[in-house]
Design a protein around this ligand. Sequence first.
Ligand SMILES: [Fe+2]
Ligand SMILES: [Fe+2]
Length: 303
Amino acid sequence: MSSAIATSTSNQPLQSLDEVEDFYKTRYPEPMPAAGAVPKVGYAPEKKTEEFRNYEADARPTVREFYRLNHTFQTYDFSATKRKEFLGLNRMTMGIWDAAEYLNKLVDDSDPDTDMSQLEHLLQTAEHLRSDGQPRWMILTGFVHDLGKILCLWGEPQWAVVGDTFPTGCAYSQKIVFPKFFEANPDSQNPRFQTRNGVYKEGCGLDAVNLSWGHDEYIYHVCKDYLPLSGLYMLRYHSFYPWHREGEYGHLLNDQDRSHLKWVHAFNPYDLYTKSHAKPDVKALRPFYEELIAEFFPAKVRW
Ligand SMILES: [Fe+2]
Ligand SMILES: [Fe+2]
């Protein structure tokens, strides 16, 4: 049991970070079209607005409160400040496997029979990629994709670690879940941040966009010298549901973003729909992953 991290407080409403992931699945019960199929731009535009609202109505109070905090406090300045605070990677040096074990402190005991530890989720995701014959770099990407959640262990609130990401500094898409909660965000009162492009140039590319701060951006920076660009897209944008599932923000994309969206799509089902498989045998799998990690990463990386 990880004490304060798993305990619900006014600022930490979730009993478990998995509540947010489960909510993704409620909203997106089916994967995107199979690999090789042309993904529909704007995956859910047929979905009626009322249906969309039902997800919100049916959301657990803890999840609703989580998004209220997230949408209220994730401003353009907050995102920029957190980038400065964390992306120098000056906190510690630690190997990838050790980081996964460290992250595993983020367990909770609300339902030990069904709840997945963080390490188990990483191994399940990676093992599913492996059993599908995906390339080694992609299996490894699956293994590391949520390591950025160690931000929680450094005292960051849940709303600054998990949840859908969205561009700050420009108008909010109405397809972001719980859009009403943005009314309490100070940026919504700043006309500079509320035009279509906001502080950005049309077609500037996502690299130039400050998405709301969270575990995706952090793990992308930890890994950016070691994994191929396709894997880095999976890391950096796996929670950017307004883009990869709703097809929003096309006006900010550049050619590289457009050509790499298919990798973000390819990764999403492994992240979202593998959780009911059998629990992985951590001890038995460790040698394979240690070897795979050593193929791409140095013994210690900067965090
Ligand atoms: Fe994630
Ligand atoms: Fe995940």
